[in-house]
Design a protein around this ligand. Structure first.
Ligand SMILES: Cc1cc2nc3c(=O)[nH]c(=O)nc-3n(C[C@H](O)[C@H](O)[C@H](O)COP(=O)(O)OP(=O)(O)OC[C@H]3O[C@@H](n4cnc5c(N)ncnc54)[C@H](O)[C@@H]3O)c2cc1C
Ligand SMILES: *[C@@H]1O[C@H](CO)[C@@H](O)[C@H](O)[C@H]1NC(C)=O
Ligand SMILES: *[C@@H]1O[C@H](CO)[C@@H](O)[C@H](O)[C@H]1NC(C)=O
Ligand SMILES: *[C@@H]1O[C@H](CO)[C@@H](O)[C@H](O)[C@H]1NC(C)=O
Ligand SMILES: *[C@@H]1O[C@H](CO)[C@@H](O)[C@H](O)[C@H]1NC(C)=O
Ligand SMILES: *[C@@H]1O[C@H](CO)[C@@H](O)[C@H](O)[C@H]1NC(C)=O
Ligand SMILES: *[C@@H]1O[C@H](CO)[C@@H](O)[C@H](O)[C@H]1NC(C)=O
Ligand SMILES: *[C@@H]1O[C@H](CO)[C@@H](O)[C@H](O)[C@H]1NC(C)=O
Length: 483
């Protein structure tokens, strides 16, 4: 089918948009400057070249559709980041680490000839538990493996009662009270406390762990993930999770399907056959993209979508999202032994979780002299008010507190950042009242309106395997049908 948008139709549409926005915001966009070589026509424009944007681009491309991915950074991969130690060439995955052993994952990696293997912790490494506020070592008694397994089994049995939650937040109406309980109360009710420390160490960044609404915990800690806890996760055999993204980047660039270092400055989205029009700033100048459909994968916080002509409805829905701050870093000169991971616990809270904002842990890496430190904040409506500099100094202070309180164990050195990366805003979610009030029904009803489809963590969960399955099974079929 030929592309339906005629440039002249767009120009007249654009002019009315110009009138709507007023000259201030659109004044610097001169339509006549779009020479034919600056106009890109594709079936689907995809915003964000992270986990779900890349997956969707490849899936659509493999189904014969033309795509253009618009990514603001100079690389694709999003939260998948790999530090390559310059001295030894050793890769260290500092973001996404593990995947589920499911066909959507194994097919994707084999398409790019990237081998997977069972993820195994380095058994030579040791773990210790400290209160980072005082530097005191803690003697925490964790549940036995058997107790943990029994608790996860009970949790899985509960999840099996909600098959509609297996691949999205398709909630019954009315929403069952159990799903709205603060997770700590749910845990007490179902007597699954013995699973909590494992859940936390696997996936801590949800804000206060015991008050997160149960369904917001389930959206990542779902059946598929729980099965992996029993059978084992996958990771890349080269321990370099960026490899697949560098192959995707090469493939998309060679198909003229990727704009790096690029951002949308203006959109026109209508729910008619005119498709969508995007004005994008790229390193090669301003481009006009004409696409039949738009797929947005970035966190839908209103301030991040300010250039996307949000409707009043979309703004009202997206304004409900709360999120957490999540940061990862590689630190050298920690004074900690290379084979020691330290976890921040607080003896005064249930399950000993630290009071946020706080360092979650400082873990070993395969490179001698380097540790991986991760940090998180509580939930808030606007990403928690901490600057990157404040987070960095909190991490350094935590490590120095450990050093000073344990002169016999740790060297007194000045920790330094080798890499620091903010993944904020993370884990978008809403309040129990909004969930009860039908938020997720209204969110999902946006699919397809105004020629716009949505995927990404806010729509499914902060887990790549889940996102690929959700995109493939729940979002792309509708998008493909609409083309
Ligand atoms: C430290 C850490 C560890 C994790 N570990 C795992 C793990 O082991 N396994 C797992 O499955 N998941 C893990 N996750 C979860 C992971 O975040 C999600 O699986 C996934 O990355 C979310 O995908 P996404 O497509 O929603 O967003 P992202 O992957 O974050 O992609 C969003 C992309 O959009 C780009 N972007 C943002 N704004 C714009 C804009 N305005 N215009 C254009 N582009 C824009 C970003 O640069 C980014 O590339 C981890 C996350 C973090 C932070
Ligand atoms: C993944 O699961 C399949 C069975 O579905 C199994 O044969 C395979 O060994 C698993 N892979 C790994 C690395 O464990
Ligand atoms: C922790 O408890 C064990 C036994 O209960 C004891 O042997 C050990 O010394 C304690 N360690 C600390 C740091 O208190
Ligand atoms: C836990 O231990 C009990 C008793 O030893 C055993 O019957 C049960 O099968 C175990 N449960 C799991 C899930 O391993
Ligand atoms: C890891 O992957 C990146 C991206 O493809 C590549 O540049 C690098 O050479 C790889 N390193 C190793 C050791 O595999
Ligand atoms: C677009 O869809 C919305 C919601 O269904 C509807 O209210 C609106 O009238 C439609 N607009 C057009 C231009 O069709
Ligand atoms: C502490 O310093 C000593 C002496 O420089 C060194 O041998 C040791 O490896 C260091 N230990 C750690 C944990 O950095
Ligand atoms: C989480 O919130 C509850 C209720 O507000 C509070 O009692 C608890 O101390 C908090 N836990 C942490 C670790 O911050």
């Amino acid at each position: 089918m030929p592309f339906p948008v005629h440039f002249t139709a767009f120009v007249s549409g654009f002019l009315s948009l110009h009138a709507l926005l007023g000259p201030a915001s659109a004044a610097d966009i001169d339509l006549k400057s779009f020479n034919p070589e600056d106009i890109i026509s594709k079936d689907v424009a995809i915003i964000g070249g992270g986990s779900s944007g890349c997956y969707s681009a490849i899936s659509l491309k493999d189904k014969g559709k033309s795509v253009i991915v618009i990514e603001k950074k100079d690389r694709v991969g999003g939260n998948t980041e790999t530090y390559i130690d310059p001295a030894t060439g050793t890769p260290v995955d500092i973001g996404v680490l593990v995947f589920h052993n499911i066909s959507v994952v194994t097919d994707y990696f084999s398409r790019f000839d990237v081998p997977l293997t069972l993820y195994e912790e380095d058994t030579a490494d040791e773990s210790a538990y400290y209160d980072f506020r005082s530097g005191t070592e803690l003697n925490i008694s964790f549940p036995t493996l058997n107790e943990t397994a029994v608790a996860f089994n009970k949790y899985a049995q509960f999840l099996e009662e909600y098959p509609n939650l297996d691949n999205g937040l398709f909630l019954p109406d009315p929403v069952p009270e159990d799903l709205l309980l603060p997770f700590g109360e749910f845990v007490d009710k179902y007597d699954i406390g013995a699973s909590l420390n494992t859940m936390y160490e696997l996936d801590p960044a949800v804000g206060n762990f015991t008050t997160v609404p149960t369904v917001e915990r389930i959206r990542t800690m779902g059946l598929s993930l729980v099965e992996q806890i029993a059978t084992g996760f996958l990771t890349t055999a080269h321990h370099n999770n960026s490899e697949i993204y560098s192959k995707i980047q090469t493939e998309l660039l060679s198909a003229s399907s990727l704009l790096l270092h690029s951002e949308v400055v203006l959109t026109q989205r209508q729910n008619d056959s005119e498709g969508v029009q995007l004005v994008v700033n790229t390193p090669e100048g301003r481009k006009l993209i004409l696409a039949k459909k738009l797929l947005i994968t970035i966190p839908p916080k209103p301030r991040l979508l300010k250039n996307f002509d949000l409707s009043a409805d979309e703004t009202a829905i997206f304004s409900k999202f709360i999120d957490v701050g999540y940061y990862t870093s590689i630190v050298k000169n920690t004074g900690l032994p290379d084979d020691l991971s330290v976890f921040n616990y607080n003896p005064d809270t249930p399950y000993n979780f630290p009071i946020l904002p706080a360092v979650y842990n400082v873990q070993t890496t395969p490179v001698p002299g380097l540790h991986l430190a991760i940090y998180g904040t509580p939930r808030s409506i606007e990403s928690f008010p901490l600057s990157d500099e404040e987070v960095k100094s909190d991490i350094i202070n935590g490590i120095k507190t450990l050093q000073k309180a344990n002169l016999d164990k740790f060297n007194q050195t000045e920790p330094e950042f080798v890499v620091f990366s903010s993944h904020t805003p993370f884990y978008l979610q809403v309040s129990p009242d909004d969930i009860k009030d039908g938020f997720y029904g209204r969110l999902y009803a946006l699919q397809g309106l105004r020629n716009t489809y949505w995927t990404g963590a806010a729509f499914r969960g902060q887990d790549s395997s889940d996102l690929w399955r959700y995109s493939e099974e729940e979002v792309l079929p509708g998008l493909l049908e609409s083309l």
